[in-house]
Design a protein around this ligand. Sequence first.
Ligand code: CAA
Length: 383
Amino acid sequence: MLFKLTDEQKMIRNMVREFSRKVIAPTAAERDRTKEFPAGNFKQMGELGLMGMMVPEAYGGESADTVSYVLALSEIAYSCASTSVVMSVQNSIVCESLNNFGTTKQKQQFLTPLASGKMIGAFGLTEPDAGSDPVSQATVAVKDKDDYIINGTKRFITSGKHAKVVLVTAKTDPDAGHKGISCFIVPKDTKGLIVGHEEDKMGLRASDTTDLIFEDCRVPASWMLGKKGDGFKIAMSGLDSGRIGIAAQSIGVAQAAFDAAVAYASQRRQFGVPVTKHQAIRFQIADMATQIEAARQLMLSAASMKDRKEPYTKEASMAKLFASEMVNEVTARAIQMHGGYGFTKDYVVERLYRDARVFTIYEGTSEIQRIVISNNILKDKRK
Ligand code: CAA
């Protein structure tokens, strides 16, 4: 690996690798079939400090750097992408936003239980008619004395069913564009917050994705995260961090597909020799390894820029764009290398191919990443 890891980063990666392959991997295929949410995994991951890795120790986290976090997340994704998406949203977006924008009281009340893994968090930005363009969202929050009353529907919310707390964006000034959006911390048992339709998805089947419906949902004004009108900024900066996490998930899944393909090809014989003796397979292996390594370097580079507190929006989008496109190609190639067997549920590559498909879509499509990257290079906006 070109990027030089510290001893501590290597130690964290190795510890999570061992845990992930021993505890998470054996039940991943079963979870894919049954869609069972891996609550037990999250309990153990919380005990290991994986559910709020970058949260300061003062709030029960590990004060880990981003590089360690993405290495850990890749290792979890290697074994179970469904488990990794919950870990990613929890760490990258929910904990990160609370840590960056929360008051001491909000952090004590919400960040500490999140960091310990006792509480799962969700992030509610997307709506039925506002996906790539979150400024056009329709959810509103109207001030009523010391409270806000929230009305609207959020869609495709990761952990919508199992989360105990949701960070939700809503318009507090519908005529002010992105400056009219605020963010609220809403515990799931708040009256008027209803879990709606649960999606039946192609992949990530053990992670629940639901609608969240807010019907006259009353929250105290003190649960506003950041200042009034900060909601879009909070969401965008959370997504910067989240996008490095999607790169990490992509790399974990790609590495798993690659390892499976190499293992399969090494024992599969055709034309009297192992298929790895055929140049067609050798070149596939070379291309896949190069693609994964390139993505890993982009991920580590973006993560270390974040750790150095440098602007990293463009690099996070580059890592997400490249890694998510890469994993779709690598998992497709891994199936091809398995031949007909790769098309069956007997081989892990079938699940990995399905799990990877959403990585170019959620937390900003590939097209959105290209907008973010080009906006940052050209320093103006598209028309
Ligand atoms: N950090 C902080 N602030 C940011 C920012 C960032 N990364 N990016 C933009 N902003 C600020 C800008 O500075 C600007 O503020 P000022 O006017 O004060 O200067 C403001 O936000 C508006 O910026 P833009 O004009 O660039 O915004 P836009 O409306 O053109 O949208 C966009 C930009 C990149 C298209 C953005 O809307 C976007 O990222 N869309 C995709 C949304 C997305 O990724 N959704 C995923 C859903 S969440 C999910 O999938 C989670 C899950 O559960 C797995």
